[in-house]
Design a protein around this ligand. Structure first.
Ligand code: SAM
Length: 364
């Protein structure tokens, strides 16, 4: 899978990171207070699917400060950043380094990069005390196909959804079994993944950003129906992520005889929350004339930039037989039309919400 996350991604999503990692406060305290690191050993921590490392920087700083307080500044810490080999590692270096060193302000903090796929083993057995994987484990290793939809929602057929759900189960299990090798006994993994709330147990919508998927599908269909793109290009436009339900996230852990449980992994906590997207929250403005609030057009524009930063590559890929200029033109027009479409929607509706799962896994 090719990813084209760009600097817009962190600019628009960065501000919401601190409120997300808050969900792991108890685990972070536990890691600092209870993990036993023998004198002279290195504490090893990872960020899988790291992109530019922005979302883990603050939590790493916090954990490393806590550990150095407990064990002394001399304790070596090794941070391993992992992402696919086509990731923009320069963006990572610019975010996490200054003057050729990790910018976390403690001595003996070392860093490595691992240009691999997390569907393979990336480091030797028993490497990590703590592993983070934020907003990445929902990406599947192979592309999926929907005839008339961009994603399972809104119009994936029953057969298409069953096929992707089976693939997602197998790959979640594969991901976990490999991590079970890589994490030390007593270690932790913390994940943030977009999710589905199938029974609407935790809020009123069902799928992460469901109205956005419906809006993108209807505007892209219009492009097909007015011959701006071909039928073939329309069919080739598919998102290769999968939003697992709570049941699907828990499935490999449910049975004592399952390979994941036998490998020593357990779910310590799993919390699902519905959130209005950060970019849609009305922001305070310095100008007084608007009651101190940002107008809806500005919020919708920012919401679209957020969405564009991680969906644009789906459309660019589907248009790969065209010239660069033609691909860019179509994709720019698509997001312009999508913006107009969004401005006509009721954006206060809960169907625009993020549905996010916070998962903590331990290794026995
Ligand atoms: C939405 S970004 C998340 C970036 C960052 N972790 C964050 O929280 O903002 C998803 C990242 O997952 C990476 N990714 C997707 N599939 C992967 C795989 N099989 N192995 C490693 N990284 C993968 C992508 O390259 C991308 O950088």
């Amino acid at each position: 899978m090719t990813c084209f996350f760009d600097d817009q991604y962190s600019r628009v999503l960065g501000p919401m990171i601190p409120s997300q990692v808050h969900h792991f406060d108890d685990t972070v305290r536990q890691v600092i207070d209870t993990l036993v690191i023998p004198r002279g050993d290195t504490f090893t921590i990872g960020d899988y699917g790291c992109y530019n490392g922005f979302s883990s920087l603050e939590i790493f700083g916090h954990i490393i400060s806590g550990l150095k307080q407990r064990y002394g500044e001399d304790m070596p810490v090794h941070i391993i950043y992992e992402d696919q080999n086509n990731n923009d590692y320069n963006a990572l270096i610019q975010t996490v380094c200054s003057n050729g060193k990790v910018s976390i302000n403690h001595p003996k903090v070392y860093m490595s990069m691992c240009p691999t796929s997390f569907y393979d083993q990336c480091v030797p057995d028993n490497t990590f005390h703590l592993l983070l994987c934020f907003w990445s484990a929902h990406y599947l290793s192979r592309s999926v196909l929907y005839e008339d939809s961009l994603f399972t929602f809104p119009d994936g057929t029953r057969d298409e959804i069953n096929a992707v759900a089976t693939q997602a189960f197998d790959e979640w299990q594969q991901f976990l079994l490999i991590r079970a090798n890589e994490i030390k006994s007593g270690g932790y993994m913390m994940l943030i993944v977009p999710a589905e709330d199938r029974e609407r147990k935790y809020g009123q919508s069902r799928v992460h950003l469901q109205n956005m998927w419906a809006a993108m599908t209807s505007v892209w269909r219009l492009f097909r129906d007015t011959d701006l793109i071909t039928e073939c290009e329309y069919k080739a436009t598919n998102y290769s992520g999968y939003y697992r339900s709570e049941e699907e996230l828990r499935a490999p852990f449910c049975d004592d005889s399952s390979p994941v449980v036998k490998a020593g992994l357990r779910i310590k906590s799993l919390e699902i929350s519905h959130r209005v997207p950060y970019s849609m929250k009305q922001m305070k403005k310095t100008k007084k004339e608007n009651g101190g609030k940002e107008d809806i057009d500005t919020s919708v524009g920012r919401f679209l930039w957020t969405i564009r930063s991680w969906t644009e590559h789906i459309f660019l890929q589907a248009l790969s037989s065209r010239s660069q200029v033609s691909r860019r033109d179509i994709v720019n027009t698509f997001y312009d039309r999508l913006l107009e479409h969004l401005k006509q929607q009721d954006m206060s509706n809960c169907g625009w919400n993020n549905i996010i799962a916070y998962v903590v896994i331990t290794k026995k």
